[in-house]
Design a binder for this molecule. Sequence first.
Ligand code: ZN
Length: 446
Amino acid sequence: MEYGESIQDLISFLEESPTAYHAVEAVARRLETVDGFIRLQEGREWRLEMGKSYFTTRNGSSLIAFRLPRVDYRGFQMTMSHADSPAFKLKGKAELAGEHYVQLDTERYGGAILSTWLDRPLQIAGRAFVRESGQIVSRLVRLDGHVVIPNLAIHMNREVNNGAVLNPQTDLLPLYGDGAAKGELNRRLAAHLGVQEGNILGSDLYLVNDAPACVWGPHGEYYSCGRIDDLACAYAAFTAFERAEENPFSAAVYCLFDNEEIGSGTRQGARSTFLSDVLRRIHCGMGRSEESYFAALRSSFMVSADNAHAVHPNHPEKCDPLNRCYLNGGLVVKQAAGGSYATDGAACAVFREICRTAEVPVQYFANRSDMPSGSTMGCCIISNVSVNTVDIGLPQLAMHSSYETAGCRDADLMIEALTVFYGASVEAEEDGRFSLTLPRPKPEAL
Ligand code: ZN
């Protein structure tokens, strides 16, 4: 059996999205040119119409798209995932030039497994702001060529295989070139952007692993690539959003947030007002009262899709004895008593019904009781937009490595489940009951 109908498409998305700016640009381009969505500027007045589809971005690194039903809607069916991944960020003045070497001054972005970034080609990518015809313009950057963070030879560090500690300021600065490379970074950046060096006014540049993805296993059951957390979920949720049939009861909303890896606390992250601003503008744009906005939130549901830790083949003891998941075993519902995942019994019940309808297997994840849990966007978003939320994910290995591993089948399962989700609507009653309107079932096979 060959795995993964959509794996090549997913891999293309991973490879064309070295940073959140590129991921948002890829999704925006597709929405605009393939799906016919209308691009809205946050800084302009919106004139929305029922039956139409729109999207907007904030900071070029977060995106929210929505599709309005033709006649009316009761609430919002929403998914979110994150566009950023751990990396190293170049400081404002990055070039450390010596007689024999030019290095780059960087700092950590997010919680990378540091050792996986050594001894491999890394690309410089992100965005730059340039002066152009009297304006300041944001431009995507993906420089040709690579840098490397070289390890210290084992002969000079006999402790390297005994859990060596890596200091980000002294052990992890990449080598850019030899002494003759002085000034070369800015020259190459200017040439790449087609501007004079003096017209580059600011930048957000990262070292990223641009190694091509690899599908492997005797049956092609696994794949490895950078940024699987969380672009695999971003891709699957987006594909479902595109595929879902029109929902007569709910507005479909797709969110892609930046900065999850540094706590979501930026003006475009999941803790910001971005989603609540968009939902309120939809509601006002439809001529509705604030009062009805709060009622609509009660008829809304959020799927927060961010990857989960699969059982590691060398370390199965690191997972909970029961609430554990495996690659290619299906979607993962994540729960934590401390609230670091937003899922509760109600959200779990609703999502299980969605998966049952989609005929998608569900796995469960909870941390070992003696291990702290990582938190997700789910618990960030509900402080601004308090809707019933389930935290789910795709199982993966080596989260935050520069080259992660996942199952080829799971993204297809997420697409199936979220396509049903976008066609459904959820209404929460005050007495703890939920009405779940599901899309028409697929015709039975003869
Ligand atoms: Zn993540």
